[in-house]
Each structure stands twice: as C-alpha cells, then as structure tokens.
Design a protein around this ligand. Structure first.
Ligand SMILES: Cc1cc2nc3c(=O)[nH]c(=O)nc-3n(C[C@H](O)[C@H](O)[C@H](O)COP(=O)(O)OP(=O)(O)OC[C@H]3O[C@@H](n4cnc5c(N)ncnc54)[C@H](O)[C@@H]3O)c2cc1C
Length: 292
C-alpha cells in the first residue's frame, strides 16, 4: 500500500489526507499540537470555549462548498461555515482512517524520512506533504521560493464578563475585529490589526492582553473587570502575499502547500491540499485509485 506522510493537521493537510485516504493510500498525519485544525482553533477555559483563530471558513474554489456541506461537523454561517461544537471540531471527521501522530514536531525531512524533535525517525514514506505555514515550510524544505510569501501576524485577546456589553461594537484601534463567542455567556474575541501585531509581536502575552483589553472595554462600554482574560499570538495568521501556485514541488517526493500558496482564506488551503493530493495520487497510486 502507498504510504503518505502529512505534516500539519490544518485545512490543507486534512484535505489532502481525506482525498488520499479515499483513494486507498495509508496516510499518517503528524502535528506538533495535541489537537487538529491548526488555525481553526478552539481554546477551552473555566468560563467556556473561545474560537480564537478563524471564526469561520470561507472559499469559492472548486469543490469547497460541497466539501463543507458534506461535513456533519459544519454549519453554514453567513458567507462561510463554522465548526461544531467549535472551530477545532470542523475537520475532525476527515481524520477517520488516518494514523494520527499528535504532539510531534517534525524538524527535518531526510529522503522521505521524518525526524522529530526527540530525534525519532518516521518512515520512509512514498511521498511527503508539508502543510504548515510558509516560514515553517521554509525551515523544513529549504526552498528559497517560500521566502517571497508574506504572512501577517495577529494578536488576539480573549475576555469574558458576567454581563452583556454593547451588542454590535465597533472596533477601537488597534482592534480590527470584535466577535461575540456563540453559546451562553459573554465571551469576546478581538483581533488586533496586522501592522500593530507585527510591531508588538515579541511582547509578553500578559502585557498584550492588558493593552488590548483597554480598547475592548471602550468598544463594549464595559465598566466591570473581566472574569477571564488571555491573549494568543498568531505569528502566521493571514496570507498577505501568496506564492501564486497551488503547491511547491520540493523534489524527492516532497510537496509543500497551505493557504499561503494561493491566498488568505481557508478555502485557499483546501484548494492547495486537494491539488497536492491529486499530484501525489497521479504519481503513486494506481489509475483505479486516482483522486477525483
Ligand atoms: C485570527 C485569524 C482569523 C482568520 N479568519 C479567517 C476567516 O474569517 N475566513 C477564512 O476563510 N480564513 C480565516 N483565517 C485563515 C484560516 O484559518 C487559514 O487560511 C487556514 O486555517 C490555513 O490552513 P492551513 O492548513 O494552510 O494551515 P494551518 O491551519 O496553520 O495548519 C498547519 C498545521 O501545521 C502544524 N505544524 C506547523 N509546523 C509543524 C511541524 N514542524 N511539525 C508538525 N506540525 C507542524 C501546526 O500545528 C498546524 O496545526 C483566519 C486565521 C486567523 C489566525
């Protein structure tokens, strides 16, 4: 059986995994995180969950709407879809049948063998898909073309209050977006502007949480202290300048892709993942098993 390794359990990696599993390959998915979803993320807390990454997934590329509508873990919301019960649950069904290796950071690829940070070796595989943000893919593959991709950072503040604030708050600088978490309670997620996030990238979480809270409090008109406050740094949040091709062929059976190949939305990651699966299937699987 053809053995494929996928590094990264986000939209791109799991799209590729699902297509290759359906085509009959043995698929092993490695991710440095314990969960799945990548930037489709949900953080649990004493006051409830926060979808602190993408609030929904959007895309108008071929097959994306059908794929989302086919997921029992997806619900339509406005011009996109969100995960059930949270964003990190959206893509879990696509892992069915794969070998999942969570909490495993890959640091090197040597002739289709993956080496993790404990120096353990995995493989060799027939092909490898690198589905991680472009700067991390550059570290793993050494492909100079990845250096031209630009990904903007985003600092995110997560806060909760006992009582409601303004219903439809306007963001106060440096905030760009303020979102009320669905479900009971008053949990808010606010994303800072990219340029502010870049200028403040290396500050501590506590410091950022305190500073962004002042803008959030003004926007919401809150007078009480929050019952929960946290911050999250997305070092590579949104693609500002994509590669302009669905994936990069790194040679020796290694392909690299992700949203950064095509654009800023999860639908771009889907298109990249599907293109990589098709390419690998055409090289390694029998004609009968080609990815549709
Ligand atoms: C704040 C924010 C708001 C957003 N808003 C929207 C929106 O409104 N609409 C929309 O469509 N999109 C939105 N997005 C973008 C969307 O989340 C991404 O386009 C999409 O999730 C990218 O998927 P991906 O698979 O390419 O990468 P990722 O989701 O980043 O997945 C990469 C995975 O690789 C893993 N990884 C990295 N390095 C290694 C390693 N060395 N070894 C093992 N594992 C590794 C990571 O842990 C991660 O799970 C938003 C993103 C953010 C952060």
């Amino acid at each position: 059986m053809t053995r494929i390794a996928i590094i990264g359990a986000g939209m791109a990696g799991l799209t590729a995994a699902r297509h290759l599993l359906d085509a009959g390959a043995e698929v092993t998915v490695f991710d440095k995180s314990r969960g799945v979803g990548g930037r489709l993320a949900t953080r649990r807390s004493d006051v409830g969950a926060f979808d602190h990454g993408a609030p929904l997934v959007q895309g108008d590329g071929a097959g994306f709407a059908e794929a989302m509508d086919g997921l029992a873990s997806a619900e339509r919301h406005g011009d996109g879809w969100r995960g059930l019960p949270g964003m990190s649950g959206l893509l879990k069904p696509w892992l069915a049948g794969a070998i999942h290796v969570p909490g495993c950071r890959i640091v090197r690829i040597e002739k289709r063998v993956l080496v993790d940070e404990t120096d353990a070796r995995h493989g060799p595989f027939d092909a490898v898909i690198v589905a991680v943000p472009a700067p991390q893919a550059l570290d793993l593959t050494g492909q100079d073309a990845l250096a031209q991709v630009v990904m903007d950072p985003v600092w995110t503040v997560l806060a909760a209050w006992d009582g409601a604030g303004a219903e439809d708050p306007d963001p106060v600088a440096p905030l760009d977006k303020i979102l009320l978490q669905r479900g009971p309670g008053f949990r808010w997620i606010a994303h800072a502007r990219a340029e502010w996030s870049r200028a403040n990238l290396e500050r501590t979480k506590a410091d950022i949480a305190a500073e962004l809270l002042t803008s959030l409090v003004r926007a919401l008109g809150q007078v009480e202290a929050p019952i929960h406050l946290d911050a999250h740094r997305w070092r590579y949040a949104r693609v500002a300048r994509p590669l302009g091709a669905p994936f990069l062929d790194c040679g020796d059976g290694v392909l690299a892709g992700g949203d950064w190949a095509l654009g800023p939305d999860a639908g771009h990651a889907f298109a990249s993942g599907r293109a990589m699966a098709r390419e690998i299937a055409s090289r390694t699987l029998s004609a009968a098993d080609q990815v549709g």
